[in-house]
Design a protein. Structure first.
Length: 129
């Protein structure tokens, strides 16, 4: 049996039932969140800064660890989004990015600036799967 990507399946005109389509869309949304995390982008699309906390450090939005003074962390001051410098599992990351009500679930390219990522591409269109 040949394994193909979702994109290849769409190009070949493979039709999925509704449950499969919904599952594939959810997987693709979670992959987008993981991609943002790996590219150090907050849920709103701002590039995270990395540095040593001086004061008012906050809690890690992924594992809820209280970041201490003089510890390194990733942060977005605009969104009050913080990530400690510890290892996090995929489920923790996805839950943290889901819990932010304004999570951008589109498949946007990651921006290097501190500006929100442009809203041009939308998530997978069910009708084309």
């Amino acid at each position: 049996m040949e394994v193909i990507s979702v994109k290849q399946a769409k190009e070949q005109g493979i039709i999925f039932n509704r449950d499969t389509r919904d599952l594939l869309n959810e997987i693709m949304k979670n992959e987008t969140k993981m991609e943002k995390y790996k590219n150090n982008v907050c849920p709103k699309g701002h590039k995270l800064k990395y540095g040593i906390c001086i004061d008012h450090c906050g809690k890690c939005d992924i594992c809820k660890y209280a970041i201490q003074v003089n510890e390194k962390s990733y942060f977005c001051k605009e969104c009050d989004f913080d990530i400690c410098d510890k290892e996090h599992n995929d489920n923790q990351i996805i839950q943290a990015y889901n819990s932010n009500k304004s999570v951008d679930e589109s498949n946007e390219p990651v921006s290097d600036s501190n500006e929100p990522v442009a809203d041009s591409n939308k998530s997978v269109d069910d009708s084309n799967l």
